[in-house]
Design a protein around this ligand. Structure first.
Ligand SMILES: Nc1ncnc2c1ncn2[C@@H]1O[C@H](COP(=O)(O)OP(=O)(O)OP(=O)(O)O)[C@@H](O)[C@H]1O
Length: 365
């Protein structure tokens, strides 16, 4: 058995996927934790005496994130108050089980836990949305709603930061996807370690440089409890292609993951490129590049029996809204204020879609 390359005198039991170093368990833990600490301090991710909500899905990444943040917080006296925030998308046989894991983490790590559900926030579970839209585009709904739900949760909890478990593979995949799609706006911000959620609560990614394989290894050797089942609904097809490509490249040379992130970080979008201007959604007030944010358009579509409304380009959405408006006007369907099915401007349906205010009030702590 080879000896640990950190020269601690112990036998090596693993080969680090990121560096190919052969290490013993203890030296691997130290290397992994030191790298996260270095990432946090170099990017000045947190200021002392603040509160951090850890977005906890029960999966390996957010479980390792919660564990390592707690460990580093105590070891280096970051003076952070850590708590867990989970979103229950309402996916039977998936999220209900993974939330049990989060509850276990809550007890093991002695952190408080807040769970917000899509049903309470939007009036729909993902099971119900999939029954409407089918399995093909459901990831669009889930992703858009989750992003906003996490921001709303962070606001309710009045935290200073929202930390997510996005890892190096996730970020490299996103860079590839944005290049393949030619999405310059997203490309220019997808590698940022701190992003603005739009409500003034920064989102941070302390595991940005951690390889997925090492996160799995870390969780395994630390015997952490996490939930490893894939979502029961169809995976995001486009991300799937980027993922397969990245995994194939990683087999040839593991440094490609860091190289892609580095390329994304240093790439500069030409000043002549047209970038979307950020504004606030006229309905819910959430930050958006459109007059009405994606979540409100998707919700409107669901509530009006047009679930495909927000799928695809914004020009298509505008066309659909216009077509629907003309159709309703010519058929005399629109009956103004009392009409709950009409998409005409000026009717009830164009009033801001308020996320169930009562529920939010109740959840505030
Ligand atoms: N339902 C959720 N509730 C809270 N946070 C979530 C939820 N789903 C995802 N996140 C956050 O977003 C990050 C990236 O999401 P992703 O879909 O890759 O997570 P996952 O594969 O379900 O679980 P994990 O990334 O924790 O292994 C997670 O690490 C977590 O911080």
């Amino acid at each position: 058995m080879p000896s640990c390359s950190a020269k601690c005198g112990r036998n090596a039991i693993l080969k680090r996927p990121k560096t190919s170093d052969v290490l013993c368990k203890e030296c691997f833990f130290e290397a992994f934790e030191n790298e996260v600490h270095f990432t946090i301090t170099r990017a000045k991710l947190f200021t002392p005496n603040t509160t951090v909500a850890i977005a906890a899905s029960g999966g390996k990444d957010s479980t390792v994130l919660a564990y390592v943040l707690k460990l580093l917080n105590e070891k280096y006296d970051y003076r952070l108050k850590l708590l867990l925030l989970s979103i229950d998308e309402g996916i039977t046989g998936y999220r209900d089980d993974s939330l049990d894991t989060v509850k276990q983490n809550r007890d093991d790590y002695e952190m408080s836990l807040k769970i917000l559900s899509y049903k309470d926030l939007y009036g729909w579970t993902m099971d119900e949305i999939v029954a409407e839209i089918g399995r093909k585009n459901n990831c669009t709904f889930c992703g858009v709603f989750r992003r906003q739900a996490l921001d709303r949760g962070a606001n309710l909890l009045k935290v200073d930061y929202l930390a997510t478990g996005h890892n190096a593979d996730d970020i490299a995949e996103t860079v590839l996807m944005n290049i393949l799609r030619g999405d310059l706006a997203r490309l220019s911000r997808c590698t940022s370690i701190i992003t603005d959620s739009g409500d003034g609560i920064p989102r941070v990614k302390p595991l940005k440089y951690c390889y997925e394989k090492e996160i799995v290894m870390y969780a395994y050797f630390r015997k952490l409890v996490y939930f490893s089942t894939e979502c029961v609904f169809a995976p995001n097809a486009y991300r799937g292609h980027a993922r397969v490509l990245l995994k194939d490249l990683e087999k040839i040379d593991p440094t490609v993951i860091m190289n892609i992130i580095h390329s994304g970080e240093t790439m500069k979008v030409s000043e002549t490129s047209k970038m979307p201007k950020l504004t606030n959604c006229t309905r819910c007030g959430y930050v958006s590049s459109q007059e009405i944010c994606k979540a409100c358009v998707l919700l409107e579509g669901l509530n009006k029996g047009l679930p495909r409304l927000g799928i695809g380009k914004s020009s298509k959405v505008k066309r659909l809204l216009k077509e629907n408006e003309e159709k309703n006007k010519s058929s005399g369907i629109c009956r103004g204020e009392e009409d709950k099915t009409c998409l005409c401007s000026g009717t009830d349906s164009m009033k801001p879609v308020k996320i169930n205010e009562l529920v939010l009030k109740e959840l505030r702590i």
